[in-house]
Design a protein around this ligand. Structure first.
Ligand SMILES: [Fe+2]
Length: 228
């Protein structure tokens, strides 16, 4: 079934109450999935072709706050100080995607959610290592800045080395919160690929085109195959 996005100025809230105390009873899987999605929002809005200096600032600060503090709440759900930082990161990353949008992983997960009820963040996480490998060389300065925001010491590295180190940094981060499934584990099979690829190219073109490197049908199939 095709999943559609709904966007209209009338559905914007006038105000939002962000209360970290509401997070103190979350189970680990719900901390890890939506928590990782904050990183996905921050990272994808940062590299998006639609990013601007304002959204880039929000994205990078969200990456710094999230990667430092999500592992803390994953270990100890009662850590209110860390929850404050995680919810700040989530708010900033939400504002950043509002300006700049998301990119390839959100586009490619979208049809899976409609076809197979794959959980949003888990489907995206399964695509992430391959997406990062596919994309970093199209925007090395930005991926180098992502590595720095995650705390990687890039001083002795070239821009390309620093950019490539973001692949390992993000993958290890996801491993650390047990959020690195394969597509097979989520129920996605090769027989679903034709439908997923056709659906992403017809319904998610705008998001797909935000990626610094835009895949065609053949490249999408390769990304899916490598993520099985
Ligand atoms: Fe998301």
């Amino acid at each position: 079934m095709t999943k559609k996005g709904l966007v209209n100025p009338l559905i914007y809230p006038v105000a939002a109450i962000i209360d970290p105390e509401l997070m103190l009873t979350l189970p680990k899987r719900v901390i890890a999935g939506p928590g990782a999605d904050v990183l996905f929002h921050a990272l994808e809005s940062y590299i998006s072709r639609n990013a601007n200096p304002f959204s880039e600032m929000l994205s990078l600060q969200a990456i710094r706050l999230l990667t430092k503090n999500l592992p803390r709440v994953y270990e100890d759900v009662s850590c209110l100080d860390a929850w404050e930082k995680v919810t700040q990161a989530s708010t900033l990353a939400g504002m950043a995607i509002d300006c700049a949008g998301t990119t390839l992983p959100h586009a490619l997960q979208h049809p899976m959610g409609g076809l197979l009820d794959v959980v949003h963040a888990e489907g995206i996480a399964a695509l992430y290592p391959v997406f990062l490998e596919y994309t970093w060389s199209a925007s090395p300065e930005k991926f180098a800045a992502i590595a720095q925001a995650m705390g990687v010491n890039t001083q002795e590295m070239t821009t390309e080395q620093a950019a490539q180190s973001s692949v390992t940094a993000v993958t290890n981060f996801l491993k650390g919160i047990n959020m690195l499934p394969t597509l097979s584990e989520l129920g996605v099979k090769e027989e679903h690929f034709d439908w997923i690829i056709n659906n992403v190219l017809t319904t998610m073109n705008v998001v797909l085109n935000n990626n610094p490197r835009v895949p065609d049908a053949k490249a999408l199939r390769d990304l899916l195959t490598r993520s099985l």
